[in-house]
Design a protein around this ligand. Structure first.
Ligand code: FEO
Length: 399
């Protein structure tokens, strides 16, 4: 019942689409779903690269059997232990009890914790640059720690120049009808890829830079990541995007205005700032209500654009909680070199602006103009100050 999906001779795509899950890692919305990619190499040693989320294990096993046609799996390469890829190892091992798991020392530290029943199972521990022969082909392993967990490694197949890259160069979004980029319109993936990067790998810019530098020595014709299309035509584009994002370099000039507002007053400050920025000639201006738009979308645009204005009311003498949460997520990711504008509001005693200013100090972004400090309703003077902040920001970002 399953079509065999041969990527190159004797290497098959055996991944699955997850169209049911609403929240990746149970907190990041994935309206376009996600694919858990897995690859099967038929050689003297039949070798599987990564597994899939355990919720899809039945479908996965069916796809494996369609290719295996009764053969057994000899090696399982575990490039990444996060359960969206390692979740089916326990069941796979029950079906193929003789299979040997290939990982690095850190892989097995985690494997033993997740699967104590597999302690002492057949395993092959590989180190940086070490190769394992599969017969005609061989795989060479390179460590890519913190892209996205400490045990992450990638595997390189040098006959067809394929990089099995774990989470690196992946994206949210299911694979609709085909898994290879040259057979599909990939435009639908770019926004999801930025959001995937911002949410999953965004904190680990230095690690991603190290991995890109290391892998640049390899000739790569195909990138097989754990999520999203197999890359053939888009290798340079995607590696370029991951390179830019991991250097925290904005893709283009633009402004993200993220605001919190209970009764619409702080929203008016955000509207005024947006008008000011556009009046300055800036075309890329996006305004988000943090209570309505999930932080993953806001973070993605902060990776995309070079300017940010945050506006929030005081709440319990501090700051509106969803803005607090957004600031924390930005700070966690260590995003560098953005221009920042701040607007705080209150009804009796301030608190929001103090928190916003502390955030500015923590992230060390360049503050543009004085913060706008609003009390109660938005006066004409407040509106003008917010407009002026937006205009100053627009001018700054266009420099
Ligand atoms: Fe797709 Fe970090 O797992």
């Amino acid at each position: 019942m399953y079509n065999k999906r041969e990527l190159v001779k004797d290497i098959y795509y055996v991944g699955v689409n997850d169209r049911q899950k609403k929240l990746f890692e149970n907190y990041i919305p994935i309206p376009n779903g996600v694919a858990y990619n897995s690859y099967l190499i038929l050689d003297e040693k039949v070798t599987l690269i990564d597994t899939v989320d355990v919720s899809m294990v039945g479908l996965f096993m069916g796809k494996l059997e369609a290719v295996l046609q009764g053969r057994k799996i000899d090696y399982l390469v575990v490039n990444h232990m996060e359960p969206d890829h390692a979740g089916s190892i326990g069941l796979l091992k029950q079906l193929y009890p003789d299979l040997c798991i290939i990982g690095n020392a850190k892989t097995f530290g985690m494997l033993n914790g997740y699967y104590p029943q597999l302690a002492g199972c057949r395993q092959l521990v590989v180190k940086e640059g070490e190769s394992v022969s599969l017969g005609k082909r061989k795989l060479t392993f390179y460590m890519a720690p913190m892209v996205h967990w400490p045990e992450v490694m990638v595997a390189y197949e040098d006959t067809d120049k394929i990089l099995f890259s774990a989470d690196a160069f992946g994206t949210f979004g299911t694979l609709d009808g085909d898994y290879l980029d040259e057979n599909i319109n990939t435009d639908k993936y770019w926004d999801d890829m930025r959001r995937y990067y911002a949410c999953i790998v965004g904190k680990f810019g230095t690690a991603t830079q190290a991995a890109i530098k290391k892998l640049s020595a390899l000739e790569i014709r195909l990138i097989c990541s754990t999520h999203g299309p197999v890359l053939k035509q888009n290798i340079a584009k995607v590696v370029g995007l991951f390179d830019k994002w991991s250097r925290y370099e904005a893709e283009e000039k633009g402004l993200v205005i993220a605001y919190a507002s209970m009764y619409g007053n702080t929203q008016q400050l955000a509207e005024a700032a947006a008008e000011g920025a556009v009046a300055a000639g800036l075309k890329n201006v996006v305004v988000y209500d943090v209570s309505k738009t999930d932080a993953s979308y806001i973070l993605a645009d902060i990776f995309r654009y070079n300017g940010v204005i945050l506006a929030a009311p005081t709440y319990m003498n501090e700051i509106y909680p969803l803005m607090d949460s957004l600031m924390h997520k930005i700070e966690q990711r260590g995003i560098l070199n953005r221009s920042l504008g701040l607007m705080g509001s209150c009804t009796w005693a301030g608190g929001a602006l103090k928190k916003l200013t502390a955030f500015a100090d923590a992230v060390k972004w360049e503050l543009v103009s004085n913060p706008v400090d609003n009390k109660q309703g938005v006066s004409a003077d407040d509106y003008q100050k917010a407009f002026d902040l937006g205009m100053a920001m627009g001018q700054k970002l266009l420099q």
